[in-house]
Design a protein around this ligand. Sequence first.
Ligand code: MG
Length: 254
Amino acid sequence: MCGHCGCGETAASKSESHHDHGHDHEHGERRVIELERSILERNARLAERLRGMFWGKGVVAINMVSSPGSGKTALLEATLTGDGLRGLRPAVIVGDLATDNDAARIQKTGAPAVQVTTGDVCHLDAHMLLHTLKSQENPQGLDLGELDLVFIENVGNLVCPAAFDLGEDMRVVLTSVCEGEDKPLKYPTIFHDVALVVITKTDLSEAVGVDLGALRANIHEVAPGAKILEVSARTGAGMETWFAFLEAALAAKV
Ligand code: MG
């Protein structure tokens, strides 16, 4: 359940709150805020645990967020099959509401991939991530001791993932040329403090008539410090700049 968008609310609780008025309504609202705070506090504690685990094993963790269909999985496929990671040991944790389609696509590259299916939940949280890692209860889980780089492909959503720390080293936002120029202005929160924005599907720029200059300006308006890369996973254009970014991230960690 998500305290931010209410996507986990049942139909009954929605209609109940709809008919709530006055005094009851205030109580209900306070209850929602308290529940939301406790969810985020619990997530923050577990994210700190994850951060410690990533640091302890020298693993760089990258939280990749975007709207559905921006090409997160395609970028990861191109990353894992390209020669830019030279000897590094990557893995992918991928979140979707349903299906293990994306994990299956990633596994075809030979990299370990774990699918998290979130049901009604529109983001990954730290608790879900902890359960993907190797432990006594989960001996088949990802072993951070044997990895250098973990890509976390978050649930496609430009809103809720922004609120949930996953203990990652950095967040990368993808936005495809097909989404137009003003997504950063409409969904600014997820762009705040982002290390990198990858403009994807640039091979389609002409077909969709996007104004790349305007898109870049809008990204910098909400994320002045963000680096921006333009990439086409399909043609390979810009992939070398993405690999250089990953190399620098790994160098900074050790
Ligand atoms: Mg995907």
